[in-house]
Design a protein around this ligand. Structure first.
Ligand SMILES: Cc1cc2nc3c(=O)[nH]c(=O)nc-3n(C[C@H](O)[C@H](O)[C@H](O)COP(=O)(O)OP(=O)(O)OC[C@H]3O[C@@H](n4cnc5c(N)ncnc54)[C@H](O)[C@@H]3O)c2cc1C
Length: 371
């Protein structure tokens, strides 16, 4: 009998598992894939989770933060304009190839039993729980679902997927001479692509950029098709040389946050998926994992039952994290307005940086409240 089984070993699952293990809980982490691997992601890590990341990545993995490229500026290429915004404090660029492997190796070093290449098929019970996987059956007092945006465990995602326009994600690393220290967002009809410099541990021979897009499947499904959709991006990418095979993912679904279901806490994208252009998905994953660990603490020490832990987690999630999803949904609607309606709003943002700053800060997670 484990105190906790965490399903999914991405940033949300790894953060939950590491922080619960540090409280003394006996934790099993089950991950379907195997690290390291490239993952569709802009690899923009916003500043508000850097302290938490430093807490998680200590010892031999701490170099990732020390060596990460800083991103102090955003440039938005939209409707023939280039809007510039300072990112204060600067964000970090960290390849998911390195980040997810480092978090997973930290989990292993924290006394957590980590099993990769294991797919969880079902979770039964309401405490204790029985988790059935390709490894067999395991029992735990609590379960956290950290399986990401789209998994066999999130039945609602599958239903919603049929109803929404099909968005897909595309990503690859390329060599580019002297890339600017900036996250550049190229918007086109049917999506956008983010480009920023990135390092890969042990590969310092080339200057590398990450290009990552969210695009409607009826507009483009391959990297070359997508790169041709914006004139400035088409021109910039004509000098690129591929350093990784492209990876893709889909469909990408947006829905109301669901921090728990059937007595199970949901963290990261399993609870809700934030629009990638706000660059806050990794932070939300880490923050929700930390919040789940904090809410489970009194349960592990026998002071409350699992229902109370779920109630606290849901309340705090709604207070601290849900506002980010609401703001990003509003910005998404703005970007999808017809060009003529969008123009005066963009002009106002260009002329009044304070509005743009306010908009950016409201897409960031708020400081922790009192539990
Ligand atoms: C196009 C695009 C661009 C993005 N750009 C950015 C960005 O620049 N910055 C940012 O902060 N965020 C970005 N994001 C969002 C970010 O990638 C996610 O928010 C983040 O990965 C969420 O972490 P997670 O741990 O919740 O899920 P994931 O990282 O998806 O991890 C879930 C894990 O669960 C495992 N799993 C799934 N099902 C099972 C199962 N049944 N059994 C066992 N294991 C299972 C999977 O293998 C996976 O490793 C982007 C997303 C997209 C699509």
């Amino acid at each position: 009998m484990y105190d906790l089984i965490v399903v999914g070993g991405g940033p949300a699952g790894a953060a939950t598992a590491i922080l619960c293990a540090r409280q003394g809980a006996r934790v099993l982490l089950l991950e379907r894939g195997r690290f390291p691997r490239h993952k569709v992601c802009g690899e923009f890590v916003s500043a508000e989770s850097l302290d938490l990341l430093a807490e998680l990545l200590y010892g031999e993995n701490a170099h990732l933060l020390r060596e990460a490229i800083r991103i102090p500026q955003a440039r938005i290429f939209l409707d023939g304009r280039v809007l510039r915004a300072l990112i204060e404090p600067a964000a970090f660029s960290i390849a998911r190839f390195d980040l997810d492997a480092a978090l997973c190796s930290t989990a292993k070093g924290s006394g957590i039993e980590v099993r990769d290449q294991v797919t969880v098929r079902s979770i039964a019970g309401d405490g204790p729980f029985v988790v059935s996987s390709s490894l067999g059956e395991h029992e735990a007092q609590a379960v956290v679902n950290a399986t990401g945006r789209w998994s066999n465990l999130n039945a609602r995602s599958a239903r919603d997927g049929k109803a929404q326009a099909k968005w897909v994600g595309l990503k690859a690393h390329f060599a580019e001479a002297a890339p600017p220290a900036s996250v550049d967002l190229y918007f086109f009809d049917g999506g956008y692509c983010g480009v920023q410099p990135v390092n890969l541990t042990n590969r310092t021979d080339e200057q590398r950029i990450n290009a990552c897009a969210m695009v409607r499947a009826d507009v483009a499904t391959t990297m070359p098709e997508m790169l041709a959709l914006h004139p400035a991006l088409r021109e910039r990418s004509s000098g690129w040389r591929a350093l990784s095979n492209p990876v893709s993912v889909g469909p990408l679904l947006f829905r109301k946050p669901q921090p728990q279901s059937d007595g199970i806490l949901r963290v990261g994208d399993a609870a809700a998926f934030v629009d990638p252009f706000v660059g806050d998905g990794i932070s939300l994953a880490l923050r929700s994992g930390a919040l789940a660990a904090e809410c489970l603490r009194p349960f592990f020490s026998g002071m409350t039952d699992i229902r109370e832990a779920l109630r606290r987690y849901t309340t705090q999630y709604e207070r601290q994290l849900t506002p980010v999803f609401q703001t990003s949904a509003r910005i998404r609607r703005l970007l999808r307005l017809p060009r003529a309606l969008r123009a005066p709003i963009l002009l106002a943002l260009e002329k009044t940086p304070a509005i743009a700053r306010h908009l950016v800060s409201s897409t960031r997670t708020q400081p922790a409240g009192t539990l």
